[in-house]
Design a binder for this molecule. Structure first.
Ligand code: NDP
Length: 255
């Protein structure tokens, strides 16, 4: 028996990047995983196939985030997915991972860009949580993906940094509310990670890879599996006494 046998997990943005690796890891640890995507259904299906090929169980959940009614649509798709495979609505592990970055400093940020990043990175997880609480079983886990930019000042990503600061505060605040049910709420903050969407300027450019890697004493950039490992720990029973915390998963960048 593995650690998460019998548990149900939802990973937002589980179709690609860090989320795909988190979904794959939680499934390998025994959870039934709902792999959420926004627009790239094929990528989500690929994640589900990878999980199935390794003997795990998963299904896709499609819902664009950052638009009115997004959380409602996500939970409707989640419930429908469980219903299709004959499982009662319920949830043990919620990983709020989906996010967008944006790339503007203070002067270059438009109101529309500001609103968009907040809508996807803050408003969506907020209402996903609000509407998901009733599904979350006692002793459940909420893991919110933050970013190292909340510790390492990054003026070129000011709006994004603000959204992740809000995620840290949300984690800390809800940990107090949900603790009485044994539910823990924590934030995991990756540093720069080698995901496909960073390939063009990072993975494929040895110079950038060396520069970004040198910020960590381990002298490399993060891999999605590094983050999935941290999330898997917080999803497990071994982390039951840890809540309201910010877990720096930057490989010690800029210590
Ligand atoms: P990717 O760009 O590789 O993947 C993003 C995922 O989020 C996809 O599954 C995507 O779905 C989903 N998503 C994005 N926008 C929306 C939306 N509007 N509606 C629904 N789904 C959406 O992201 P990463 O793996 O790089 O990042 C994952 C998390 O980690 C984010 O919260 C990010 O801020 C954080 N992070 C990442 C770092 C990095 O270096 N990569 C560093 C620090 C933090 P779809 O496939 O449908 O597009």
């Amino acid at each position: 028996m593995t650690q998460l046998d019998g548990k149900i997990a939802l990973v937002t943005g589980g179709s690609r990047g860090i989320g795909r690796e988190i979904a794959t890891r939680l499934a390998a640890d025994g959870a039934l995983v709902a792999v959420h995507y926004g627009t790239n259904k094929a990528a989500a299906e690929e994640t589900v196939t990878r999980i199935a090929q390794s003997g795990g169980q998963a299904f896709t959940v499609g819902a664009e985030l950052g638009i009115p009614g997004d959380a409602r649509a996500l939970w409707a798709a989640f419930d429908a997915g469980l219903h299709r495979i004959g499982i009662e609505p319920g949830l043990d592990i919620l990983v709020n991972n989906a996010g967008v970055t944006g790339s503007s400093d203070l002067a270059g940020t438009t109101e529309a860009e500001f609103d968009r990043i907040f809508a996807v990175n803050v408003k969506a997880p907020f209402f996903i949580l609000q509407q998901g609480i009733e599904r979350l079983r006692d002793n459940g886990r909420v893991i919110n993906i933050s970013s190292g930019v909340t510790r390492i000042a990054s003026p070129a990503l000011v709006t994004y940094s603000l959204t992740k600061g809000a995620i840290n505060t949300l984690s800390h605040t809800l940990a107090k509310q949900l603790g009485e049910r044994g539910i823990t709420v924590n934030a995991v903050a990756p540093g720069i990670v080698d995901v496909d969407s960073n390939a063009g300027w990072l993975r494929d450019d040895p110079e950038q890879l060396a520069v970004w890697g040198s910020f960590s004493p381990v002298n490399r950039v993060g891999q999605p599996s590094d983050i999935a490992g941290a999330v898997a720990f917080l999803a497990s029973d071994d982390s039951r006494w840890i809540t309201g915390q910010y877990l720096d998963a930057t490989g010690g960048a800029h210590l």
